[in-house]
Design a binder for this molecule. Sequence first.
Ligand code: NAD
Length: 501
Amino acid sequence: MTTLAEWTEAAAAVEPRNQMFIEGEWVDAVSGATFETINPATGTVITSVAEGDAADIDVAVRSARASFEDGRWASLSPRDRGQALIRLAGLIESHGVELQLLETLDVGKPIRYSRRVDVAQAVHTYSWYGEAADKLYDDIAPTGPNALGLITREPIGVVGAVTPWNFPMMINAWKLAPALVAGNSVVLKPAEQSPLSALRIAELAIEAGIPPGVLNVVPGFGETAGRALGLHPDVDGITFTGSTEVGKLFLQYAGQSNMKRVSAETGGKTPNMIFADAPDLDFAIGAVGFSIFWNTGEMCIAGSRLLAERSVYDRVVEEVGAMSGGWAPGDPLDPATKAGPIVDQSQLDRVCHYIDRGVDQGARLVAGGNRTLTETGGYFVEPTVFADVSNDMDIARDEIFGPVLSIIPFDSEEEAMAIANETRFGLSAALWTSNLGRAHRMSAALKAGTVWVNNFDTSDITAPFGGYKESGFGGKDKSLLALDKYTNVKTTWINLGRGGV
Ligand code: NAD
């Protein structure tokens, strides 16, 4: 399909699943309640989805627990679990158009990206962990001859996954694939803005041979369903991605209940630093658009603070301001569209609030600043660029999670470093320089989980992802390190019978 008309017709034919998926079955909420999931490009209802709350979470956790304890999944050989994940990857690929449309309808993701990024990343993630399944070895402690110390990794049991709406399919895959391959059973509570792709993938998981009860999906709101999962006494671990504020709540829930382990991937305020000696200044400036306007700025790693060395500052401001118009939003079903709407009214209000704060606090509005395409009924906002920002303004301190860029001048490497680290977040940072010593000095000194030198947002499933400070806690997503979150380490001492250990 290559035209807006073709995609619009295909979108109209999609039939989203809208119940919850527990024990391999579609069920309504115990309460019978539903909530509407909205197409943010039009403001219209896509479908009404079963609204899970504490009662439904309890049913789902019981299902996950039973499936874990009877070994229907955990006792399979790693190879068999891995093969099931590889089959799931294949099914996601073969249902790619449907899943791509579900993601575009649910969160407004441009159709040109929802296949080649979201579907493709999900496929790659499930197959990568599936392929890893039977290539992981346990350890033997290097002790003396009288005892054998086995160090083995076991699934933790029932994992609760609570996820955001900005990359639903991809982030769900980052959680589910390692949790499942390690032998856990899972209850997933997707974001209320974006339940649709998760429901379809849970159904495909059954087709792939993942037994009923091993992957349950309970749509619902954070304050009810999410909270209930966090507090449930029979959940062994929570894997969360979302805001820092809610991440902290999960730490509380764990403390108030069974001390379940919590891992949280949370917010960011990435500094993107352009030095005058960048190896290719045009390229560095060109990459700014992608760093903040791609995915409508709804990215935890968004390069929302652009630090520019004084000698190139005016050029950076002028060129970034001019280029921002190229990221003007449009109909996400149009293959020409590079940026879609904001995900919902409340997030749009948040973005507009911060634009007003930027103006009120004296930043210079260089481009954008307004809602747009209001006639569509959707939640569109212009790509917005502020210059002459100081790092203590709200737009430089808080995570906005929209297409709003703050440009901050600096005069020295020391000043850039200080500004970069002066934030409660520590997810990622980027710098552009030809100075090898500076690249190493700064990479080491930046308090961030990922540092990009002369690139932005390079990523791969082979490398861990997660933040420092208030950007993350309790382990990483992606790579084999993610398995640490979903396994307990057991030490078993065997007496070898040679006179005691
Ligand atoms: P959010 O924190 O509002 O919601 C995330 C999830 O938590 C949703 O499923 C939501 O229903 C649930 N939730 C909300 N309130 C809850 C509560 N009181 N108790 C239990 N659960 C609750 O975040 P969002 O708006 O969906 O996503 C945007 C945020 O996610 C941003 O802060 C962004 O930086 C972050 N994010 C981080 C990463 C990362 O890997 N570090 C990746 C993507 C997004």
